[in-house]
Design a protein around this ligand. Structure first.
Ligand SMILES: [Zn+2]
Length: 166
Protein backbone atom coordinates (compact mmCIF):
# COMPACT_ATOMS: atom_id res chain seq x y z
CA UNK A 1 0.00 0.00 0.00
CA UNK A 2 1.40 3.39 -0.97
CA UNK A 3 1.56 5.95 1.76
CA UNK A 4 0.21 9.38 0.96
CA UNK A 5 2.04 12.37 2.38
CA UNK A 6 -0.92 13.34 4.53
CA UNK A 7 -0.52 10.15 6.50
CA UNK A 8 3.16 10.80 7.07
CA UNK A 9 4.03 12.33 10.39
CA UNK A 10 5.92 15.47 9.44
CA UNK A 11 7.58 15.53 12.89
CA UNK A 12 9.71 12.55 11.92
CA UNK A 13 11.27 14.52 9.09
CA UNK A 14 11.98 17.84 10.76
CA UNK A 15 14.82 18.69 13.06
CA UNK A 16 12.95 21.18 15.27
CA UNK A 17 16.07 22.24 17.10
CA UNK A 18 17.58 23.36 13.81
CA UNK A 19 14.30 24.84 12.62
CA UNK A 20 13.76 26.99 15.74
CA UNK A 21 17.41 27.98 15.98
CA UNK A 22 16.86 30.26 12.98
CA UNK A 23 14.41 32.36 14.98
CA UNK A 24 15.34 32.06 18.66
CA UNK A 25 18.01 33.56 20.85
CA UNK A 26 19.71 31.99 23.86
CA UNK A 27 18.47 28.48 23.26
CA UNK A 28 19.09 26.15 26.21
CA UNK A 29 18.23 22.51 26.73
CA UNK A 30 16.05 22.31 29.85
CA UNK A 31 15.01 18.67 29.77
CA UNK A 32 15.32 15.60 27.62
CA UNK A 33 12.99 17.03 24.98
CA UNK A 34 12.58 20.70 25.83
CA UNK A 35 14.57 23.75 24.81
CA UNK A 36 14.00 27.19 26.29
CA UNK A 37 14.81 30.50 24.63
CA UNK A 38 13.92 34.17 24.58
CA UNK A 39 10.45 34.64 23.18
CA UNK A 40 10.45 36.22 19.71
CA UNK A 41 6.91 37.58 20.21
CA UNK A 42 7.56 39.95 23.09
CA UNK A 43 10.49 41.87 24.54
CA UNK A 44 11.73 38.95 26.58
CA UNK A 45 14.40 39.44 29.25
CA UNK A 46 14.08 35.84 30.49
CA UNK A 47 13.84 32.67 28.51
CA UNK A 48 10.02 32.57 28.73
CA UNK A 49 9.64 30.57 25.56
CA UNK A 50 10.12 26.84 25.18
CA UNK A 51 9.50 24.22 22.55
CA UNK A 52 9.44 20.44 22.39
CA UNK A 53 12.15 19.05 20.10
CA UNK A 54 10.07 16.00 19.12
CA UNK A 55 6.83 17.59 17.98
CA UNK A 56 7.73 21.27 17.60
CA UNK A 57 5.02 22.48 19.99
CA UNK A 58 5.84 25.71 21.78
CA UNK A 59 4.62 27.95 24.55
CA UNK A 60 5.45 31.38 25.88
CA UNK A 61 5.03 31.40 29.68
CA UNK A 62 4.70 35.19 29.62
CA UNK A 63 1.40 35.03 27.79
CA UNK A 64 2.12 35.15 24.05
CA UNK A 65 0.30 31.89 23.62
CA UNK A 66 1.21 28.45 22.42
CA UNK A 67 1.04 26.38 19.27
CA UNK A 68 2.95 24.19 16.88
CA UNK A 69 5.69 24.83 14.32
CA UNK A 70 3.12 25.93 11.70
CA UNK A 71 1.53 28.60 13.91
CA UNK A 72 4.99 29.68 15.08
CA UNK A 73 6.31 30.13 11.54
CA UNK A 74 3.13 31.90 10.38
CA UNK A 75 3.38 34.33 13.28
CA UNK A 76 7.11 34.99 13.17
CA UNK A 77 7.21 35.40 9.36
CA UNK A 78 3.79 37.11 9.20
CA UNK A 79 2.48 34.66 6.62
CA UNK A 80 -0.62 32.45 6.46
CA UNK A 81 -0.66 29.06 8.14
CA UNK A 82 -1.07 27.48 4.72
CA UNK A 83 2.14 29.11 3.50
CA UNK A 84 3.89 28.16 6.73
CA UNK A 85 2.85 24.55 6.30
CA UNK A 86 4.27 24.53 2.77
CA UNK A 87 7.60 25.84 4.04
CA UNK A 88 7.67 23.12 6.69
CA UNK A 89 6.92 20.47 4.10
CA UNK A 90 9.87 21.75 2.10
CA UNK A 91 12.01 21.73 5.23
CA UNK A 92 10.98 18.10 5.69
CA UNK A 93 11.67 17.29 2.03
CA UNK A 94 8.04 16.29 1.53
CA UNK A 95 6.69 19.07 -0.65
CA UNK A 96 4.21 17.29 -2.93
CA UNK A 97 4.13 19.68 -5.88
CA UNK A 98 7.91 19.58 -6.31
CA UNK A 99 7.88 15.80 -6.31
CA UNK A 100 4.98 15.53 -8.75
CA UNK A 101 6.50 18.06 -11.14
CA UNK A 102 9.73 16.10 -11.26
CA UNK A 103 7.92 12.89 -12.10
CA UNK A 104 5.46 14.39 -14.56
CA UNK A 105 8.14 15.79 -16.81
CA UNK A 106 10.06 12.56 -17.14
CA UNK A 107 9.84 10.80 -20.45
CA UNK A 108 11.80 7.65 -21.07
CA UNK A 109 12.21 5.04 -23.75
CA UNK A 110 9.97 2.82 -21.63
CA UNK A 111 7.23 5.47 -21.76
CA UNK A 112 7.63 5.81 -25.50
CA UNK A 113 7.59 2.05 -25.92
CA UNK A 114 4.32 1.73 -24.03
CA UNK A 115 2.72 4.67 -25.78
CA UNK A 116 3.58 3.51 -29.29
CA UNK A 117 3.19 -0.18 -28.41
CA UNK A 118 6.61 -0.97 -29.87
CA UNK A 119 9.39 -2.91 -28.19
CA UNK A 120 12.36 -0.94 -26.89
CA UNK A 121 14.85 -2.94 -28.99
CA UNK A 122 12.92 -2.03 -32.12
CA UNK A 123 12.88 1.64 -31.14
CA UNK A 124 16.61 1.82 -30.44
CA UNK A 125 17.88 -0.42 -33.26
CA UNK A 126 15.47 0.35 -36.08
CA UNK A 127 14.03 3.77 -35.26
CA UNK A 128 17.25 5.26 -33.85
CA UNK A 129 15.78 6.41 -30.59
CA UNK A 130 18.13 7.31 -27.78
CA UNK A 131 17.81 8.23 -24.16
CA UNK A 132 20.52 10.85 -24.07
CA UNK A 133 19.11 13.17 -21.47
CA UNK A 134 20.58 12.34 -18.09
CA UNK A 135 17.47 13.64 -16.30
CA UNK A 136 15.22 11.55 -18.54
CA UNK A 137 13.04 14.44 -19.63
CA UNK A 138 12.94 13.47 -23.28
CA UNK A 139 13.79 10.82 -25.85
CA UNK A 140 15.90 11.73 -28.88
CA UNK A 141 14.73 10.49 -32.24
CA UNK A 142 17.37 10.40 -34.97
CA UNK A 143 16.21 10.81 -38.55
CA UNK A 144 18.72 9.44 -41.02
CA UNK A 145 19.02 9.96 -44.74
CA UNK A 146 19.59 7.16 -47.31
CA UNK A 147 23.34 7.27 -46.69
CA UNK A 148 22.82 6.69 -42.99
CA UNK A 149 23.82 10.19 -41.94
CA UNK A 150 21.82 11.98 -39.30
CA UNK A 151 19.48 14.36 -41.06
CA UNK A 152 17.61 15.63 -38.04
CA UNK A 153 17.15 15.00 -34.36
CA UNK A 154 13.78 15.40 -32.76
CA UNK A 155 13.22 15.41 -29.04
CA UNK A 156 10.07 13.83 -27.75
CA UNK A 157 8.87 15.14 -24.38
CA UNK A 158 6.23 13.96 -21.97
CA UNK A 159 2.65 14.31 -23.36
CA UNK A 160 1.74 16.70 -20.55
CA UNK A 161 4.69 18.90 -21.27
CA UNK A 162 3.77 22.17 -23.00
CA UNK A 163 6.43 21.44 -25.56
CA UNK A 164 5.71 18.00 -26.97
CA UNK A 165 8.49 18.06 -29.54
CA UNK A 166 11.60 20.13 -29.98
ZN1 LIG B 1 6.30 35.82 24.65
Amino acid sequence: MGKTYRQINIDEYINYERFYSKYLKNMKRTGTDKISAQCPFHDDQHPSFWFNINNGCWKCEAGCGSGNAVTFLARVEKISQKEAYKILLKEAGLFEEDKKKGKKMKYTLENYSKEEKLPIEFLTNVCNLKQEDYHKRFVSIYYKDEKGNTAAIRKRHHPQNKKRFS
